[in-house]
Design a protein around this ligand. Structure first.
Ligand SMILES: NC(=O)c1ccc[n+]([C@@H]2O[C@H](COP(=O)([O-])OP(=O)(O)OC[C@H]3O[C@@H](n4cnc5c(N)ncnc54)[C@H](O)[C@@H]3O)[C@@H](O)[C@H]2O)c1
Length: 282
C-alpha cells in the first residue's frame, strides 16, 4: 500500500472507531478549538460524552460548536484571547456556570511565529509567541487547577507542546523555547499539585496538517512533493489532527489514571532517532 492510501485509510479508521463514553458526564475546556487539533479534540471528546467549552480567538470556534451539536453533543463557544487572564478565567467560570464543573482542560492554542532567523528575531516577536504559547497555557492551567481543587474533584489537564520543545528542527527559536517551556511547566505543576488527584501531561505532536501548517502542505502539493511530508519519521507521513486528539483523549480519560507529569511524543517516531541518512552509517 502506498503512503497516500495508508494515510487515507488511517483517517477513515479513526472516524469509524466506536466511541465508548470515556468522558461521560464530564466537562472539558479546550483552547484553540476553532481549528486543527483543538477542533478534532472538541469533536472526539464530545463523542466520548464530554460537554465542551470551546475557546479560541477566532470566530470559527462557533463552527466547531455547531459541528459538536450536529453530532448530538453539548458545547458552548467562547471567543477571546487565550493570553488574557480575565478572558481565561471567564472561560473556566463558564464551564462551572453552564455545566456545573470542570474535569478536563486541553490547553492547546498556539501560534508558530514562522522560521525567523536568529539575527532577525525581535523582543516583540519573542514576547508575542511566549505570551500565547506559554503564558496562555499557564493561565489555563492555573485557572483550571484552582477550579478543580475548589470542587475537590480529580481532573486532567493536557497541554499541547511539540517535538520542537524536545529538540531543534521543528520550529523557530521562540516557538521551540515556548514548547520546551510547556514541557517544563507540566513537570513542575504535576509536582506542585501533588496529592490533589489532578493529573497534568503534555502531548508533543510532530508535523500535523492543521491551519498552522496548511501553507506547508499546500506548497508541497502544488510542487508535487507532498509524498515527502513527514519523510524523516519512521511512519514516513504527517499526522492528521485526530491522531493527536486521540492521545489527548487518552490523557483526559481514566485510561491514563496513572500517567502524570509526562511529555508524550506523537510524532510517528521522529524523536526516537538521531538524524540519519537511511541505509548509511557515514
Ligand atoms: N500542526 C502541527 O504540525 C503542530 C505540531 C506540533 C505542535 N502543534 C501545536 O498544536 C497546537 C494546535 O495548533 P494546530 O496545529 O491545531 O494549529 P491551528 O492553527 O489549526 O489551531 C490553533 C488554534 O489556536 C488559536 N489561537 C492562536 N492564538 C490564540 C490566542 N491568543 N487565543 C486563543 N486562541 C488562539 C487559533 O485561532 C487556532 O484556531 C498549537 O499549540 C501548536 O503549536 C502543532
Amino acid at each position: 500500500m502506498d503512503r497516500v492510501s495508508a494515510f487515507a485509510g488511517m483517517t477513515k479508521r479513526i472516524k469509524e472507531t466506536n466511541m465508548t463514553g470515556r468522558l461521560e458526564g464530564r466537562t472539558a475546556l479546550i483552547t484553540g478549538a476553532a481549528s486543527g487539533i483543538g477542533r478534532a479534540a472538541s469533536l472526539i471528546f464530545a463523542a466520548e460524552g464530554a460537554r465542551i467549552v470551546a475557546v479560541d480567538r477566532a470566530g470559527e470556534v462557533e463552527a466547531t460548536v455547531d459541528l459538536v451539536r450536529k453530532a448530538g453533543g453539548e458545547a458552548v463557544a467562547m471567543v477571546g484571547d487565550g493570553g488574557d487572564k480575565a478572558f481565561v478565567d471567564s472561560a473556566v467560570e463558564t464551564a462551572l456556570d453552564r455545566f456545573g464543573g470542570l474535569d478536563v482542560t486541553f490547553a492547546n492554542a498556539g501560534v508558530s511565529g514562522g522560521l525567523v532567523p536568529l539575527f532577525e528575531l525581535t523582543p516583540e516577536l519573542w514576547t508575542d509567541i511566549l505570551r500565547i504559547n506559554l503564558v496562555g497555557v499557564f493561565l489555563a492551567v492555573q485557572a483550571s487547577a484552582r477550579a478543580m481543587l475548589d470542587r475537590g474533584t480529580p481532573g486532567s489537564i493536557i497541554c499541547t507542546a511539540s517535538v520542537a520543545g524536545l529538540r531543534s528542527g521543528a520550529g523557530g527559536v521562540p516557538y521551540s523555547a515556548s514548547k520546551a517551556g510547556v514541557i517544563s511547566l507540566v513537570q513542575t505543576v504535576a509536582n506542585q499539585l501533588g496529592g490533589s488527584g489532578i493529573r497534568i501531561n503534555a502531548v508533543c505532536p510532530g508535523l500535523t496538517e492543521t491551519g498552522m501548517t496548511q501553507p506547508v502542505f499546500d506548497m508541497a502539493r502544488a510542487r508535487g512533493t507532498d509524498h515527502k511530508l513527514g519523510q524523516l519519521n519512521p511512519l514516513r507521513r504527517a499526522a492528521v489532527p485526530e491522531e493527536i486528539a486521540r492521545v489527548a483523549l487518552f490523557l483526559a480519560s481514566d485510561d491514563a489514571s496513572y500517567v502524570n507529569g509526562q511529555a508524550i511524543a506523537v510524532d510517528g517516531g521522529l524523536s526516537s532517532s538521531h538524524p540519519v541518512v537511511p541505509g548509511k552509517m557515514a
